[in-house]
Every structure is written in C-alpha cells, then in structure tokens.
Design a protein around this ligand. Structure first.
Ligand code: MG
Length: 258
C-alpha cells in the first residue's frame, strides 16, 4: 500500500458527480488542485461525450500541464484518451469486430421483437454502435426520463431481454445498463481491465495507484478494482469524495515537494 499514490483514479457517477450530471464547482476546484500534485484518472462505463460534459467542460481555467495529467477511460477502459497540447487525443479504442457487432445487433433486435419490446414510437434510434459496445435503448437514446421510468419500472423487461440475448451470444457479455438499456461488450471488460491497461500504458504500477468509488461492495461495478488488489477508498456520494480530497490533497502536495 502506498500513502502517497502517484495516480488517483475515480469512478464517475455518484463518486465525482450525481449520475449523468456535471461536477459541482466545488468538486471541479478540487480536481484542479489534485491535478497539480498527482496524475488523475476517471474510469466509467459511460461514453466519452459524457466524460466531456460531466468532467472536462467543468474544469474551467485548467492549464495544459494539469490536463496532461488527466487520464480518461470511457466504457470501462476499452477506450483511453489523454490531452496533449490542450487537445484530447485517443490513445486506443478496442472495438468489437464486425462479426461481433453484426451478431450482437441481430441478437438484441431479434430477442426484443420476440418478447414484444421492439417499440415503434421512440426518441431516436433503438440500437447504437458505440465501437466497443452495442447498446439497446428501448425508447431511443433521447427518451425523456419519465417515459423511461414508465417503460420498465420493475426491471423485469430488461432482465428478460438480457437473459434472452446472453443465451444467443455466449462469447460476449450482455449487461443491463440504464433504466431501459442493455449493453453488449466483449467478455471480461470491467474496471479492473481498464486499470490494468492504464498501468501498462502509463508506466505507473498498480501499487502506486489509489482508486475511489461508490460501489466497492461485492455486487458493485467498482469491486473488480478492489479484487485486483488496488488500494481503494469507498465513498457514499460526491460530497463524501470532496471531503476525502480535502485531506488527501495536502498530503500529496507535501509528498510532491519532498
Ligand atoms: Mg458509481
């Protein structure tokens, strides 16, 4: 265990910000202070566009040196982005193969039609190719929250669809995502996968990293990082994370000067 990690990694939703929301100005200020004294990674199941809206756009006044210490890992690290001279660049994106994509698209549409979940009135396309992930959104990507909540209040439809699709795609991973969505990725893609790739590509060993997340319980999506043996700090919400950073940042600042 390290008292002064070189890199601090964070889950995004409910760790740095409320779900799908931008960082509070207090948290954005803490992130900028942390970027002065450590490398910072954000890793989440979400897309790059969400990272930009929730994190990057809130870091007002960030200078190039701070941004160059920021590591962004959307879709659990199947994509990796860093800043160089103020421009965000893709380091890699591990996409599904054309064969995996076409099988995934066919399987989820077939199962949804069979179960009667293929809606005709939607807010945008039902199926989305996110490169490393195929996403089914029952009512379309832009559906209003109220409509989404009403579609499957118990989660029963999503679970039934997930199971039906998984049965057809034993070599891929099928997970239920947001309120109306089912995601298909390669098997074995979780935050531990992303952290291992980060260690390889950044040259910072896992022993020199600290991970902060709200779901480090065994059923949570942050748990694989803990199981990997990375030092972890558990939080309840972003305010809890902010309080923790208030004490962590001065410690790292001392170490950085030493
Ligand atoms: Mg979370």
């Amino acid at each position: 265990m390290t008292n002064t990690p070189r890199l601090v990694a964070f889950d995004l939703d409910d760790t740095l910000a409320p779900s799908k929301s931008p960082l509070d100005p207090r948290m954005a200020g803490l992130m900028l202070r942390l970027l002065d004294v450590a490398e910072v990674c954000v890793i989440s199941g979400g897309q790059l566009a969400q990272f930009q809206m929730q994190v990057v756009d809130t870091l007002e006044g960030a200078v190039d040196e701070q941004l160059e210490r920021l590591h962004l890992m959307p879709t659990c690290g199947t994509q990796y982005y860093r800043f160089s001279d103020g421009v965000l660049s893709q380091i890699y994106a591990q996409s599904l193969s054309d064969d995996e994509k076409s099988r995934a698209l066919a399987a989820v549409e077939g199962a949804a039609r069979e179960l009667g979940y293929w809606e005709s009135e939607t807010w945008g396309p039902i199926l989305e190719d996110r490169g490393s992930q195929i996403t089914f959104s029952a009512l379309g990507q832009a559906a209003p929250v109220a409509a989404k909540m009403a579609w499957d209040p118990t989660g029963e439809k999503k679970n039934r669809l997930r199971a039906a699709v998984q049965a057809v795609l034993p070599d891929l991973e099928v997970r239920s995502g947001g309120s109306t969505s089912v995601d298909i990725t390669r098997r074995g893609i979780d935050k531990a996968y992303g952290m291992k790739r980060l260690a390889e590509l950044s040259g910072i060993p896992l022993d020199d990293m600290l991970f902060v997340g709200d779901r480090l319980d065994p059923d949570g999506n942050d748990y694989p990082v803990k199981a990997l043996g990375v030092e972890c700090h558990s939080v309840r919400d972003w305010q809890d994370t902010a309080g923790y950073l208030e004490t962590l940042i001065p410690t790292l600042a001392v170490a950085a000067r030493a």
